[in-house]
Design a protein around this ligand. Structure first.
Ligand code: PNS
Length: 160
């Protein structure tokens, strides 16, 4: 039986923290689907297509990883693609409440789906897409926090 894990999120933009979690997820599953929510952030910095492209640039080389987008409920998408695991990252206690609610709601919607929380590498625990967007917006250096292709996309988006 092929074990499929879904790693869903907004990925606006993907960071080194996301890359780290994809690699860790490969130890738990035969295939990992990185899934960009089409109905996620209301005013994203990057379009879904741009985010899919950035994810392909950063982790597209991994043979067991596929990169897709989805509309509607994550639990329905998980059923459609035959995923049995949802992977989410936990960085700090502040992440916990929202993640706990989502995990229980997804279980209610799809009882055989398990949510697994992974902790990123310690030097990436403070990292988030929103912080990266803010630092890049004001001209700060995001090198080392995102893949060079993402750093380039941010620089172009915020070039004055
Ligand atoms: O990276 P994010 O923004 O924290 O990811 C949140 C995401 C996209 C995983 C979540 O909003 C989601 O699953 N959206 C799809 C709609 C859905 O299923 N909502 C109910 C979740 S219980």
């Amino acid at each position: 039986m092929t074990r499929i894990a879904l790693y869903p999120g907004s990925f606006d933009p993907p960071t080194k923290g996301h890359e780290d979690l994809v690699r860790r997820s490969l130890a738990l599953a035969d295939q990992v689907i990185v899934a960009v929510a089409r109905n996620g952030a209301k005013q994203p910095l990057f379009s879904v297509e741009e985010r899919l492209g950035m994810l392909r640039d950063t982790i597209g080389g991994e043979g067991r990883v596929s990169i897709q987008s989805f509309d509607g409920l994550l639990a329905d998408f998980a059923k459609r693609v035959g995923a049995s695991i949802i992977v989410r990252g936990l960085r700090a206690v502040s992440d916990f409440e929202y993640e706990f609610q989502m995990a229980l709601m997804n279980r209610r919607l799809h009882p055989s789906l398990e949510t697994v929380f992974l902790v990123p590498a310690v030097d990436l625990t403070y990292l988030s897409s929103s912080l990266v967007r803010e630092v890049a917006r004001f001209g700060g250096d995001v090198g080392g926090l995102v893949h060079p292709a993402v750093a380039g996309a941010l620089a172009r988006r915020f070039s004055r």
